[in-house]
Write a protein that binds this ligand. Structure first.
Ligand SMILES: O=C(O)CCC(=O)C(=O)O
Length: 270
């Protein structure tokens, strides 16, 4: 299992992330990681955590499971946080001295699950302020547009907009949250630039927490779409107790303005 990224992160990758708000890094995780995390995901699908949400329930055939904080209860998800190249990749892309692990988020969209992942920014959901905040979205299957490949609105992390979070299932799960209503991106596609593309298992997308992103349904008959997103923060990130952020597995014991370092958001030695 590789500890270092299989391919070095280059200055060009970092600049692309800074300009576009997302970069796709190819072939970063070896097949041992892919197999290990696939097996861990199967266990999780059979026994999801208390914060898991079935986004497709009552809306579409198939299954779209979102689960979080798997690392707090499963050794393999935990190993991914501490021993995989994800922390090093995040640290490099964010140009950060330190890197804290924020949480892990599983997204499994099974074949024939027609619900999209709605357009959103991540940071409005999260109790964090700062700009060195990113996700490493690791593909564990081949991903195409048809199997719900991710799509990003190019450069949207620089718009200076803060959009109100909403449940992926359309429910108003964050009534106390602030923010504008996100524009209907799909109604006006000619107005925006988009970044998307096919992926292989072991490829990952790194996106900044303010970049607008979403995906379509998985309209394939046989292609599963399993992705493990890990969330990372860097030097300038601080905790923020504002109301209307997502539910955590437990409280970290931080106050607004505190650096992220704590047991729940461990600093990873890279
Ligand atoms: O995988 C998906 O459908 C959603 C991923 C996402 O929104 C994220 O990782 O922030």
């Amino acid at each position: 299992m590789n500890v270092e990224p299989l391919v070095p992160v280059t200055e060009q990758d970092i600049q692309r992330y800074e300009e576009d708000g997302v970069v796709c890094l190819r072939g970063m995780f070896d097949s041992d990681w892919i197999e290990r995390m696939r097996a861990a995901i199967e266990r999780n699908l059979a026994n999801a955590g208390t914060l898991a949400i079935e986004y497709a329930e009552g809306k579409s055939p198939g299954r779209f499971l979102g689960d979080m904080f798997m690392w707090t209860r499963d050794e393999d998800f935990r190993a991914f946080v501490f021993d995989s190249p994800a922390a090093r990749i995040a640290q490099k892309i964010m140009r950060s001295q330190k890197v804290n692990f924020f949480y892990d988020h599983l997204f499994v969209k099974e074949p024939g699950t027609l619900v999209p992942t709605p357009w959103h920014q991540d940071q409005p959901y999260w109790p964090v302020q700062g700009s060195q905040i990113c996700s490493v979205w690791l593909a564990l299957d081949r991903v195409s547009r048809e199997s719900s490949g991710m799509e990003y609105v190019k450069g949207s992390h620089k718009w200076g907009k803060w959009y109100k979070p909403r449940g992926f299932d359309g429910k108003d799960r964050y009534p106390e949250a602030q923010g504008e209503t996100i524009p209907d991106i799909d109604q006006d596609r000619a107005k925006y630039g988009f970044l998307n593309g096919d992926m292989e298992p072991g490829d990952c997308l790194i996106h900044q927490a303010m970049t607008i992103h979403g995906s379509g349904g998985n309209v394939t008959n046989h292609t599963r779409r399993r992705a493990l997103a890990t969330r990372w923060t860097g030097d300038d990130a601080t905790y923020d107790t504002r109301p209307g952020t997502f539910q955590k597995i437990r409280e970290p014991g931080l106050r607004t303005g505190d650096p992220m370092d704590c047991e729940m958001f461990p600093r990873i030695a890279t």
